[in-house]
Design a protein around this ligand. Sequence first.
Ligand code: ADP
Length: 318
Amino acid sequence: MFNNDFRVKSALVLIISRVLPSNHHRSHPEAAKSKLRPECGELDQLTILKLGGSAITDKARECTPDIPAIQRIADQLRAYDLPLILIHGGGSYAHPFVTGSSIDRGLRDRSQLRSVAETEFYLSQLTRIIYASLLLRNKLPVPFHPMSFVTFDEGKVKRVLLDPIRKALQAGLLPLLHGDLVFDESQGIGVLSGDLLASLIGLRLGASRVLLGCDVDGVYSENPKTFPNATLIPEVTSENFHLVLDASRGPSGDATGGMGEKVRQALRLAKNGCECYIFNLREKYALARLLERDKIKGTRFVPWTNSRKSSRRSRRQA
Ligand code: ADP
């Protein structure tokens, strides 16, 4: 797996780094204009945006980024100036190595350690590609690797350290995270999906919206790729939520649970008062319009409650 391809992929990283002039950020007038955000306990208007692996990579081909898709996403983020956290999925940079070594079922023998190291290597390559696309558009990302700030126990989140991310936001930077492998106290290693990370951070930091972008328009009555007559479910409330749970129950063949995991995390957010969307990142301008709060085709999870008390409690529990 880690053979001559390595040279090709390293070359890609080199090319990307050379596209960026070393003093680009310092010299650009837009960068000079960016100010520190005031220190505040609450990051009002915080949005969490997950870039699904299905939308930014070719999931059928190992370590293959969809560069035009990443560039279109970065274009749509260019003018957005409110607090934002970006989380990218692993797509074909992580799933083949994670499922191939069964590391998603825990660390059982030393031979799996190689897959851990390789998964981290490839994930950071994908981060770097997104990072470069954003820097070139005068956005100022800083990467955070969840393996360094989250731990699990028995497959569940045990500890999270969010202070550095909070500080980065307050400084006016753009935290760039990804779904990751994390250390698990009882199973050795676990998989923290980008969707779980989005809801975890969204609830703990009190985000106003979490946007889960993928390669389909939202949640359908059945998988639209295998059932072309499936219908889109545009709005999910406390009344009809069982519809999306039933629709997304099928096997995903994916290390992070596919649409089922997205739906579970979106419902968790909505139940705790946070608005959430599942939408198509490949659809032209859908992201820019959603950021502007325009109506788009997608599935909106309506917050079940807006009370501040409930969202404060959920932040403690998340
Ligand atoms: P990502 O990698 O972007 O997080 P996933 O591949 O995990 O996204 O999930 C998106 C995929 O879920 C779609 O490509 C679609 O084929 C599949 N899917 C399964 N069931 C449904 C459903 N009921 N509605 C929409 N998509 C579904």
